[in-house]
Design a protein around this ligand. Structure first.
Ligand SMILES: [Ca+2]
Ligand SMILES: [Ca+2]
Ligand SMILES: [Ca+2]
Ligand SMILES: [Ca+2]
Length: 303
């Protein structure tokens, strides 16, 4: 009867006896099926007929899919299935597949390591087709707004390397590692432009270079940055003004938009009072003391 220990020892020795060095191949992902990776007969120093006689075959570790095969007629190692680095290794910097070459009579195993090189077969992509930003027009120069970074399924130089913002009047781009920010270079004015579309491009470092874009849609929110605006530059009216003596004067005054078309009687009285006050002093009156005329900024008398 063979003890458990002896069984393990037997397999260990067998493993040592039949394994002959590693073989290593490095080639790019996405090669067509049937593409030649190398020649195993030459690499092992075997006659091509030997492979066929000893029923050479490529095995996997068991669970792995077989991505490569051997041509017994000439010893060439060929691609047997699609090898997609992104699908196999994701963000790993190095992507390795392990297979074995098995020869029989006598049993001989060669470990084969495939180093799968990345090719630039993916473009940078933003999570969304467009990014919406709402920025108040009171935002000061230098204000920063974080933009979600782009992603590229490739690795190293084939992943995102730089960003570029299409020239525009208000924003520049600041990139620090994975932090992408719009920086307000020139302040916004909602009264001039309520909507701004910016085009942001992410570029990888592959050859040929690939890129992805996103539209940043900026809605400029209002701030109370304007005094009431005059509806017309000059408003002419005749006004009876009573002070020491009763006189009729023609005045030019500037009128604010919200002035009622006709003043109620009580306001007419107050207006007369304010104007009379003005005439007695500077001929120009600030109507701060006339709260009912808050729409007026100034009255200028021309006679
Ligand atoms: Ca791929
Ligand atoms: Ca790739
Ligand atoms: Ca890429
Ligand atoms: Ca405003």
């Amino acid at each position: 009867m063979v003890s458990k220990f002896e069984t393990c020892g037997f397999h260990f020795l067998l493993f040592l006896h039949v394994t002959y060095g590693d073989m290593s191949y490095s080639f790019p992902e996405e090669m067509k099926r049937g593409s030649i990776i190398g020649n195993m007969a030459k690499d092992l120093g075997l006659e091509t007929g030997t492979l066929s006689n000893r029923r050479a075959r490529i095995d996997t570790d068991g669970t792995d899919k077989r991505y490569c095969d051997i041509n017994l007629n000439n010893g060439e190692l060929i691609v047997a299935d699609r090898i997609d680095r992104e699908g196999l290794c994701g963000e790993k910097a190095s992507c390795i597949l392990k297979h074995e070459l098995v020869l029989e009579n006598p049993l001989e195993l060669h470990r084969i390591t495939f180093h799968i090189q990345d090719i630039n077969d993916n473009s940078p992509q933003f999570n969304e087709e467009s990014i919406n930003l709402e920025i108040r027009e009171s935002a000061v120069r230098g204000a920063r707004f974080v933009i979600e970074e782009a992603h590229d399924a490739d690795v190293g130089q084939n992943s995102v390397q730089q960003y570029s913002l299409k020239k525009n009047d208000n924003f520049i781009l600041a990139v620090d590692g994975n932090t992408i920010e719009l920086v307000l270079e020139k302040e916004l004015d909602r009264e001039k432009q309520q909507e701004i579309n910016l085009l942001l491009t992410a570029l990888d470092g592959g050859s040929p270079q690939r890129s992805g874009t996103v539209v940043i849609h900026v809605t400029v929110l209002d701030a109370n940055d304007n005094a009431p605006v005059f509806s017309q530059a000059v408003y002419k009216a005749s006004l009876n003004v009573f002070y020491t003596h009763t006189h009729t004067h023609t005045h030019t005054h500037t009128r604010a938009r919200a002035l009622p078309p006709s003043l109620p009687h009580s306001l007419t009285h107050s207006l007369t009072h304010c104007v009379a006050y003005s005439l007695a002093h500077y001929n120009v009156v600030s109507l701060i003391d006339c709260p009912w005329l808050s729409d007026f900024l100034m009255l200028t008398f021309i006679s």
